[in-house]
Every structure is written in structure tokens, then in C-alpha cells.
Design a binder for this molecule. Structure first.
Ligand code: FHN
Length: 615
């Protein structure tokens, strides 16, 4: 995406697009270093990459339990307790008696965000329960009404953000509101609501409350709406959304708006960033800004019975994954009713901050590189390019290779320099460049307990060769049907089933061919194994592997069945690896590998993968 040569080729197209976009949007600009399709006002957002989400409100006092009963519904979103446990409006606010107002200090959350290396903070100004965390003149269902002296959490947080140099984001539940008599409550799926009734809620609560938030709290970095379905499937009309968006643009022209307003980035280019599903990490590179909001455990609001804590490594890998695909990560804290952030969350955030203090260069302002996602089995790559074209690639090594040799497949240029980002001396890491294989001899010890980062420096943007299956860290090639550059016959990939006990595969019912391209950096011999499932009783049909002029053909063998889950009568078709034979790769270079599966008539073979390995 940063490729200079590509940029030259597509310049006329880009110019046309630029003209079109700038007519549509006065604020759009594209530079060689910035992510494409990013509104000018969203530059800070893509630079920042890492933010804090705060779910805190009346529900924090319930801690996932109401009158001794655990939250109903296993998704365990503690902030849904009002709706799930069918609590009465006026009884719900009694939970505020549990709040320790002496202790509650939003500045602490901002300080934690700063320690964690986060650049913005987004708080639930109003969640689905309809309760406002600010002093609202629109509704008395607000924090000021229930505190003495009156508190205004949004004001306190906005001042703290300003003081410590973080951007402020406000979550506002516009679609769902369980408190207002005309708001959307999912029970209305049964009993319905007239459009004009719903508009009363919209005009008398949403619009004036949003006006308050946009007027009284200084610069707002972003408004985070939370309609997780497209507006066409909801009771909210496009006109209502446009009315709201226009007010934001009028009152705070620099404020970002996310796609959960109910409009996708594709349909309305004025939407600043796409919000993926809860905890849904990126799976492909996108040129517009996007973000995953994620939790450290499962619930967003504090839940006393929470058990599923993700490790710091998992959270860091989530952040890195997203940045490697041009995305952001906003990680949630669910403070308690005294403002405390649970240790399991605060501890992990501080660890992430420590990692970012050393490796932040590979995250902030970094973006996706040109190689396809999941090219390498050892980790992810992020990239940075300065205006002169000098480029740094950051190799985030998730698994430090035991044999200390790291293969990077697909880059034609030899880096000018390689070193560990954690190493202030920048001690050179030996590099061997053969064709499009960059091989690094890593130091014995992994420098970081979570994720170690190796920097590759190039004088110009490196030239990339895509379409290859990369060498795995232990020297083999995992040739999966989805990585084939060419295929014919049956190509549809069946998803893994039964919790992965039935792996991803292609159902082959007629003659089918798959082709891959690999690069071998030294002469070698590799064994070829094919994993398939065949439920016939006798050997029938053929599998043929071809490398250059060597062809090996084999009859398809029955693979039988196996037990997926012991003692549960759970039996599945067995996928077994079959050794096909040995292939020689006499010199360094590209090789095309092809596989033909020719099943017997009316008999199906499930093809999983072809493996070329050393043993
Ligand atoms: O229902 C909410 C949920 O409580 C939480 O706020 C999350 C955060 O992304 N959004 C909704 C579900 O997607």
C-alpha cells in the first residue's frame, strides 16, 4: 500500500479519485506516508493506534448480580443487567448508593491510560440504561441528580484528558435507551413502536443531550455510537442519523464519528472510522481507518464473576495484528463503583505500557506493509516510511525461533540494517539475502517476554513479491487450498466444524487442481505429504504432486473415522497425512508446485493441505 512503484502506476487513478473525494469531502487528503482514504481530521486517530474504552455507570454497582441472582444470559455483559434482569427504572438507580464518591476520581483512569501508552479515552457518557454521566438539563436521569455535591464525570474526565494530553471520546447510546418511555428497548421487537413515537425520544433526548455534550466539554475527539446493526434494520431513520451527524459537524467539525452511528464507511465517506464487532480483530488490510474495541476479560462493565482474563501477550498481539492491517485497538476497562480498576486489568495495561515505551515506534503512526496477511508463521509486520522514502519494517516476532533463524519471504531488497528495537546500541543482526528471502540470524535470547521486535531499515521502499507461500520458521511450506495461486475444479473451502475437530478442507468430488509458488533459498530435498479424508472402503482415485518435471502419483487410501470427543458418541471422518514422496530443489529459486486430486467416480475426498518439509 505504500509502494512507490505502485504509486507511480496508479497515479492517474489516484488523481481522479482525489479530485472526486475532495469534491465530496473538503477535508480529505492523501499523502505518501499516511494511510489512504483517511479524513484529514482522522489523522491523529490513525497515528494513535491505541486507546482506552471505559464502561462505567450505574450497572458498575451491581457487579453482574441483582438481588442475589447472577446476570441473566450467558454473554455476561454486566452493563446489560437493567434489561436482562428486568429491573425497574427507579429501583435501578438505588445501586448508586454503593458508589464511593469520595474515592471516584476520573483523573486516575486518564493516568492509567497514559501509563498504558494509550492516546485517547472513550467513556460511556450514556449507555443503553439511559443514565447520563454528566449534569444534563435534558433529563434528571443523570449523575448530578444523585450526588451531593453534584458530580459531572464527563467534565472531570475532559479536564483530566486536557491536562494529560489525551483526546476525549464519548460513547453515546443513541439507538437503544431503556429509560426513556419512547426509547428503543428490545422488547419492542415484540410490541413495536410507531416511528413518530420513537422520534419523540430522538428529538427530546438524543438531540439535546448530544448538543450538551458537544457544547459544554471542550474539544471532543470522537463520538462513539453503538448501533451494531445497519440503520435499515433498526427503528432509526437515515434522516435522524443525518440530523445528528450534521449537528456534530456544525458544533465540532473536528470530531470523529464511527460507523456504529448506523452508516457504513462505504455508504457514507463522511464516517471517519469503521467499528468492527466486539472483540473482532482485523482479518484484512483496509485503507480507511478502522478500530476494534476489545475487553480484557469478557464483560465491558465490571463483573464480579469474571473469569476469562486474556493475557498481556494476547492483548499486545491483538493491538499489533490490527496495526499490521491499518487498524486501531481500543481496550476497555470496567472500573468498580469506587472507581478502582480491577488489578487484572490495570496490571495488564501497565505491562502493555512498558512494552510500548520500548517498542512504541513500531505501533504509533505505523501501518500495514504490502505483504499479504499471515504470510509468515512467526508474527506480523508493521511499517513506516519517511517523506524521503526511507522505510522501516518492524517484525513483531511472536514466537522466537528455537534455531534462531528468521525467514522473511517476499522482499527483493536487502535491508541496509537490522537490529532489535529494544537494543539502544542497535547491534547489527546478521542478514543473508538470497533472491526474495531475507534470513536473519537472531540473538540467542528473546529480548522481550511478550513480543520482540526486529527493525529492518531500507534506504527506499522495498520491492515486494506477493503470491508466494512463505517458508515456515522451521523450513517447511504449508500449502493450503486458500493460498493456492491457481486452482480449478472444487475450490470452495469448508469451514472447520465441531470445534475444529473437523478441519477446514475442500470437498473434492471431481478432478481438481491447485497450484502454489514457493521460493527456496538453498538447494534442498523436501518430503511431500498430503492430508485428506476418504471414506471409501478400498483405495480408489489418485493424488498427484508435481514439482518441476518430477511427478509422483499415488492412490487415495481410505482414512476411516475417529472419535472427536471421547465418551460422547462424537465420531468424525478422519483426516490423515499421507507421505507422497521426496522432491529435489536443486538450486535457490522459485518453484511451482501443483497438486491434482482425482477422486473415484461418485466418491468424495476431503483435501486439507499439502506439506513440503524436512522430515
Ligand atoms: O451492547 C453493547 C455492549 O454493552 C458494549 O457497550 C459494546 C461495546 O462495543 N457495544 C454493545 C454491543 O456491541
Amino acid at each position: 500500500m505504500l509502494h512507490e512503484k505502485n504509486l507511480q502506476q496508479i497515479k492517474p487513478v489516484i488523481m481522479k479519485q482525489l479530485l472526486f473525494i475532495s469534491i465530496l469531502l473538503l477535508s480529505v487528503s492523501v499523502t505518501t506516508t499516511a494511510q489512504k482514504n483517511t479524513n484529514e481530521r482522522a489523522q491523529w486517530f490513525t497515528e494513535s493506534r491505541f486507546g482506552m474504552f471505559i464502561h462505567w455507570g450505574v450497572y458498575s454497582g451491581a457487579e453482574g448480580i441483582w438481588k442475589g441472582e447472577k446476570l441473566r444470559y450467558d454473554n455476561d455483559y454486566a452493563e446489560w443487567i437493567y434489561y436482562r434482569n428486568q429491573i425497574a427504572r427507579d429501583e435501578y438507580v438505588n445501586l448508586l448508593d454503593r458508589f464511593d464518591w469520595e474515592e471516584i476520581n476520573p483523573e486516575e483512569w486518564v493516568l492509567l491510560a497514559k501509563k498504558a501508552g494509550m492516546k485517547y479515552v472513550t467513556i460511556t457518557a450514556k449507555h443503553h440504561d439511559g443514565f447520563a454521566l454528566w449534569d444534563s438539563n435534558v433529563s434528571d436521569y443523570d449523575v448530578a441528580e444523585f450526588t451531593n455535591p453534584k458530580r459531572d464525570i464527563i467534565k472531570e474526565l475532559s479536564e483530566a484528558c486536557k491536562k494529560h494530553g489525551l483526546k476525549l471520546g464519548l460513547y453515546y447510546s443513541h439507538w437503544v435507551d431503556w429509560e426513556h418511555p419512547n426509547g428503543w428497548d428490545h422488547t419492542r421487537e415484540i410490541y413495536g413502536i410507531e416511528a413518530k413515537e420513537y422520534d419523540i425520544y430522538w428529538q427530546e433526548k438524543v438531540m439535546p443531550q448530544m448538543r450538551e455534550l458537544l457544547t459544554n466539554y471542550g474539544d471532543i475527539g470522537l463520538i462513539w455510537f453503538d448501533m451494531w446493526i445497519h440503520h435499515s434494520r433498526s427503528c432509526v431513520t437515515k434522516d435522524q442519523l443525518m440530523q445528528l451527524k450534521s449537528m456534530i459537524r456544525e458544533l465540532q467539525p473536528n470530531c470523529l464519528v464511527n460507523s456504529r452511528l448506523g452508516l457504513s464507511v462505504e455508504e457514507d465517506r463522511d464516517i471517519d472510522f469503521q467499528t468492527l464487532g466486539d472483540n473482532e480483530l482485523g482479518s484484512k488490510k483496509k485503507d480507511h481507518p478502522w478500530q476494534t474495541s476489545g475487553t480484557v476479560a469478557h464483560s465491558w462493565g465490571f463483573h464480579a464473576l469474571e473469569k476469562q482474563w486474556k493475557s498481556t501477550t494476547t492483548l499486545l498481539q491483538a493491538l499489533i495484528n490490527n496495526v499490521s492491517l491499518n487498524g486501531n485497538f481500543m481496550l476497555n476497562i470496567g472500573p468498580r463503583a469506587n472507581g478502582d480498576v480491577p488489578y487484572e486489568i490495570a496490571g495488564r495495561l501497565k505491562d502493555m505500557g512498558k512494552w510500548l515505551r520500548i517498542n512504541g515506534e513500531a505501533i504509533y503512526g505505523s501501518q500495514a506493509f504490502d505483504l499479504v496477511k499471515d504470510q509468515h508463521d512467526w508474527g506480523k509486520i508493521t511499517a513506516k516510511q519517511d517523506t524521503g522514502g526511507k522505510t522501516k519494517l518492524y517484525l513483531h516476532v511472536f514466537n522466537w525461533p528455537l534455531q534462531k533463524s528468521l525467514p522473511v519471504t517476499g522482499i527483493k531488497n536487502k535491508p541496509a540494517k537490522a537490529y532489535l528495537l529494544a537494543d539502544k546500541e542497535q547491534t547489527p543482526i546478521p542478514i543473508e539475502q538470497t533472491g526474495i528471502m531475507t534470513r536473519l540470524s537472531l540473538p540467542e535470547k528473546q529480548p522481550d517476554p511478550f513480543v520482540s521486535v526486529v527493525v529492518l531499515e531500507y534506504d527506499n521502499f522495498p520491492e515486494v513479491e506477493n503470491g508466494l507461500t512463505a517458508q515456515t520458521v522451521y523450513g517447511g511450506y504449508s500449502l493450503l487450498p486458500e493460498k493456492a495461486t491457481n486452482s480449478s475444479g472444487n475450490t470452495h473451502i469448508e469451514k472447520a466444524k465441531r470445534f475444529g475437530s473437523v478441519p477446514r478442507h475442500v470437498k473434492v468430488t471431481r478432478k481438481s487442481n491447485y497450484q502454489w509458488r514457493i521460493y527456496v533459498d538453498e538447494p534442498c530435498t523436501k518430503f511431500a505429504d498430503v492430508s485428506y479424508n476418504f471414506q471409501g472402503k478400498i483405495a480408489k482415485g489418485t493424488v498427484t504432486v508435481k514439482v518441476d518435471h518430477t511427478v509422483i502419483k499415488q492412490t487415495i487410501q481410505p482414512t476411516g473415522r475417529t472419535v472427536g470427543e471421547p465418551n460422547q458418541n462424537w465420531q468424525i471422518d478422519c483426516y490423515k497425512s499421507h507421505r507422497i514422496g521426496k522432491f529435489k530443489f536443486p538450486k535457490a529459486g522459485y518453484y511451482d508446485i501443483s497438486l491434482e486430486i482425482n477422486p473415484a467416480k461418485n466418491e468424495e475426498t476431503g483435501f486439507q493441505w499439502l506439506w513440503l518439509g524436512n522430515q
